[in-house]
Each structure stands twice: as C-alpha cells, then as structure tokens.
Design a protein around this ligand. Sequence first.
Ligand SMILES: Cc1cc2nc3c(=O)[nH]c(=O)nc-3n(C[C@H](O)[C@H](O)[C@H](O)COP(=O)(O)O)c2cc1C
Length: 296
Amino acid sequence: MSELLKMLGCRYPIIQGPIGMFNSPKMVAAVSEAGGYGLLAVGFINDADTVKGLIDDVRKLTDKPFGANIVLMNPNSGEYLKILADAGVKTVTTSVGSPKDIYPVIHDLGMKGIHVVLALQHAISAVTAGADALVIASAEAGGLRSLNSESSTMVLVPLVADHVKVPIVAAGGIADSRGYKAAFALGAEGVQVGTRFLASDESPASEQWKKAIVECPDGGTGLIPLGNMKLANRLIITPWIRERLADPSTKNIADELDRNPDATGNYERAAFGAGQISALIKDIKPIKAIIEEMVS
Ligand SMILES: Cc1cc2nc3c(=O)[nH]c(=O)nc-3n(C[C@H](O)[C@H](O)[C@H](O)COP(=O)(O)O)c2cc1C
C-alpha cells in the first residue's frame, strides 16, 4: 500500500478537490463511498457550528474516511482542525497561505496534512514546513491561480517528484482513466479531481454551471484576474465575459461578476469556475460511475 493510501485510509488514491465555499455532504459521502477521499471545504466558513453540522451530515451518509480542506488565510483554521480531529478526521489538505505555523498544530492533533502548491519552490518550502504530502495543482486546474507563469501537470508533477521525498498528488486536467494512469507515470501516488466531480449528479453546482462545463469547447476557460492582486480564477469564458474582454475600456471583470448567481438569478454574469479539462467532459453522471471508469 502506498504512503498516500495509508494517510487517506481509503481504497483508491482519488481526492475530491474542494470547491471554494460550495459544500455538499452528499458529494463528499459519494466520493468516500465509491472508494475515494471526500473533502469538506471548510476554508471559507466563518463559524464552528457550520463545520460541525457539515461533519454530522457527512457522517449520516457514510462511515468511510473523509477529510477537509483548510484555507490558511482563515483565522479559525486552528479551531476547525480541533473539531475535525475530534470527529475522527485523520488527514486534511491545506491551501492558500504559508504552511509554516499550521503543520505543528496538525501534527500535535495526531493528523497528517497535504499542502496544495502551484509551483516547485512552494513545494520545497511546504515540505520544509512539515507537509506530509503535496497536492500539485498545475496550470490547467480550476480554482484560484497565480498570474505568474505556471507549469502544466506534465511538467510540474515530475519536476516536483524529482525534488521531494513526500508523496505527491497530481491535480489539474484529470477526468478519466487516461489522466489517472498518466498521473502515476509522472511520479504521483494519487490524483485530486475538481472539475469532473463538479459535473456530477451529486455536485452542489447549479444546472447552469454543470451545463457550462459540458458545453465548454477546447480553450473555453481562461484566467480572470482578481482586482489588483496577483491572483486569478480559472473560469469558463461565457459570452458575457468574452464581450467584456473584447471591450478596451474594461478594467476589472472580477468585480462585475456574479459569484452567487443561484441567489440572484443573474446567470448571465456568472463566474463558473472550472478547469481546462471541461472540454473533455461531455456528460453529468454519478460520482460512483466517474470513479469506477477512472480506476478501470
Ligand atoms: C470553482 C472551483 C473552486 C475551487 N476552490 C478551491 C479551494 O477552495 N481550495 C482548494 O484547495 N482548491 C480549490 N479548487 C481546486 C480544486 O480543488 C482542484 O485542485 C482542481 O479543480 C483540480 O483541477 P481540475 O479542475 O482540472 O480537476 C477549486 C476548483 C474549482 C473549479
């Protein structure tokens, strides 16, 4: 059994990618029930009771292991880790922020941590800070990205594998058995899957969001900068975004986008986060079917 599988305690080394503030205990449980490692996204939650409620909801649906993603910028991360440890969670992932201070806390609680990195230098620093494993989230992945030049999975996974001794997990561009097998050939011990699970029956994404993924053509996503920060979101380029990008007077699309169109009904301006792999996803199906095909 690989080091990563020992850490996760599940059957297949497939981690569900956290999706910002979107949580679905149904999806977490479906991933874990199918043999993967479901993850709650607690990074954007502001109170401990919500975290406890989500854990309880997952536990009602599965007795299989699951974890959570901690966003290091959230000042409540230490408190959430204690709640997760008390609930029996053995391994968490950590992202967005320096891992330096949190890894001693994770280890004191008897847990393992997998830090998400976007570049080689961050991978090396995370291991120095005590990360037990790494998720290598490469340029093609959905989610928060940097505007620095980033490397793709094909380049970054073997590069990091050549420089660190901890297990690595490939994230970015993996949606089927071809991507899954390729990740191992590149030196990873497992994969983290975001966009493919987002386009599943159990996903918390709206029908409009799932449809945008299924209809996304090759090259149909892009990096939309977030204000003045050196950060960007990889989003599906909708007709509205395309129009705004073509307008020379456009300064900051991020502020004009609707991040919660389910609440406002303003789907025209929706920010549909998704990876480049959207172009390969042609149907919405149950998580179990996705995982069974992936490991076949
Ligand atoms: C809409 C969206 C939101 C995301 N939010 C987070 C997040 O909060 N924390 C995180 O570590 N990763 C986040 N990710 C990255 C995913 O967890 C995962 O690593 C990535 O989607 C993998 O690449 P793929 O989309 O090609 O499968 C997000 C991805 C998407 C598409």
